[in-house]
Write a protein that binds this ligand. Structure first.
Ligand SMILES: Cc1cc2nc3c(=O)[nH]c(=O)nc-3n(C[C@H](O)[C@H](O)[C@H](O)COP(=O)(O)OP(=O)(O)OC[C@H]3O[C@@H](n4cnc5c(N)ncnc54)[C@H](O)[C@@H]3O)c2cc1C
Length: 392
């Protein structure tokens, strides 16, 4: 279906994803969603994404990436999500975890890690959330203490995408004595942890795959325990006490990505609804002839257009180097709630055939969409960010 491009380069990305999806996503999508062994990371698809250059599309060229603009990256996520949101997440997590390294890392750190993340040689994870620190991310309990020339790390993390399989953790910790005042956010630092050596976890690292996840099943989510884990002093990312700033800056950009995820899933729900409304016959005519169905299609299409323009606008702001935190929060909030609206309407249009996964993809879209209103800042937190700025 027609998608409006505000930049000529967007169509090339759409065409690449469509070709990629035909051989690498479509044949495996159902199996990945319903497979019996959720512990098995979808490495074959991840490697195909890496080979195509999709895992590194936005990383700088000098570190092995594609060096594309934010608007091209937004388009990549939109189109991957249109095809399969869980496969899209495999891709998006690498950008989420690698962005802070190429933005805040030393030259040595960038050269050491970014090309390997870009090529799929190592799998990184963005490790912020803890059992008691989700929305309240400042409330970190994981600690790092400097002993000689090593950080000694203790704590527990939860809900980490690829946390159960990742080779490299971009880990957020509390450093006692860190920061230049008593403000809690200034105690937080970011440390790069090479979690595995020769394919095995280094001493003190333990992980588990979280089971019975509602959707996004091709991409695993993990829990991480760290007990007296020792990493070199030079693995600090940025300065001591700047970890919260690094995390929030990363999440600002990532929210544009989640807006694109919502957009892709909403567009797919609309397309499936249009196709179904033309072929499902009730009372002797296609259901698309009923005004009730026409209005649902009109509302979906209109909200999607608005979500699209918000996502593209904030991408352009990022490309121009403008401040975009508020617009990113607005785009994420609106696009993910649009996705919820659209998958819900799509299910209504499909009737019973929408509710049962073997008949249509709507049931999967419904499950995959739901997390988008929770991760990388819940809808409530987005509203706090937005209203805080307007009321200030
Ligand atoms: C599948 C999945 C993947 C994830 N991936 C990652 C990852 O890769 N890395 C990572 O670090 N984290 C990840 N997360 C964690 C995710 O970001 C958190 O779950 C999210 O930030 C919410 O935190 P919480 O679950 O602790 O909920 P809570 O913070 O406990 O929130 C519970 C409820 O209270 C509301 N609430 C909290 N504070 C306020 C407030 N001040 N005002 C109004 N309402 C409020 C929330 O909006 C929510 O509705 C992931 C989570 C999931 C489920």
């Amino acid at each position: 279906m027609f998608r409006y491009n505000i930049d000529d380069r967007q169509q090339a990305i759409r065409d690449r994803v469509t070709a990629f999806a035909k051989t690498n996503i479509e044949p495996f999508s159902k199996e990945l969603d319903h497979r019996d062994d959720p512990d098995r990371f979808a490495m074959n698809i991840y490697q195909a994404l890496a080979k195509e250059g999709f895992t590194a599309l936005r990383m700088p060229k000098q570190y092995g990436g594609g060096g594309v603009s934010s608007i091209e990256y937004t388009t990549l996520i939109e189109e991957l999500c249109y095809n399969d949101a869980a496969v899209c997440l495999l891709d998006a997590v690498t950008e989420l975890a690698t962005y802070p390294i190429y933005t805040f890392g030393t030259e040595e750190q960038k050269r050491k890690y970014v090309p390997k993340c870009a090529s799929g040689e190592i799998l990184p994870a963005f490790v912020l959330t803890e059992p008691a620190a989700g929305s309240d991310a400042v409330n970190q309990k994981t600690t790092a203490i400097l002993e000689g020339d090593q950080w000694v790390i203790n704590g527990e993390k939860i809900f980490i995408m690829h946390g159960d399989v990742a080779d490299l953790f971009v880990l957020f910790v509390k450093v006692e004595g860190g920061g230049d005042d008593d403000k809690a956010s200034r105690k937080i630092s970011a440390i790069l942890v090479e979690a595995k050596k020769d394919g095995k976890y280094i001493p003190g690292v333990k992980t588990a795959t979280l089971k019975k996840k509602m959707g996004m099943r091709a991409a695993t989510t993990g829990r991480i325990w760290l007990e007296n884990v020792r990493v070199p002093k030079e693995n600090l990312l940025g300065e001591v006490g700047k970890g919260f700033k690094i995390a929030m800056n990363t999440l600002d950009g990532a929210r544009i990505g989640v807006a694109a995820q919502g957009l892709g899933i909403a567009q797919r729900a609309l397309q499936e609804s249009i196709d179904y409304a033309k072929k499902r016959i009730c009372f002797g005519q296609p259901i698309g002839k009923f005004q009730a169905i026409q209005w649902m299609i009109a509302d979906m299409a209109t909200q999607i257009e608005a979500a699209r323009m918000m996502a593209y606008k904030v991408s352009m702001m990022q490309d121009k180097g403008e401040k975009f935190s508020i617009e990113a929060a607005q785009a994420k909030l609106f696009a993910t709630e649009t996705a919820k609206f659209c998958v819900d309407r799509a299910m209504q249009i499909h009737g019973g055939y929408g509710y049962i996964g073997e008949f249509s993809p709507i049931e999967k879209l419904y499950r995959d969409q739901r997390i988008m209103e929770i991760y990388e800042g819940t809808s409530e937190i987005q509203r706090l960010v937005i209203s805080g700025s307007y009321l200030r």
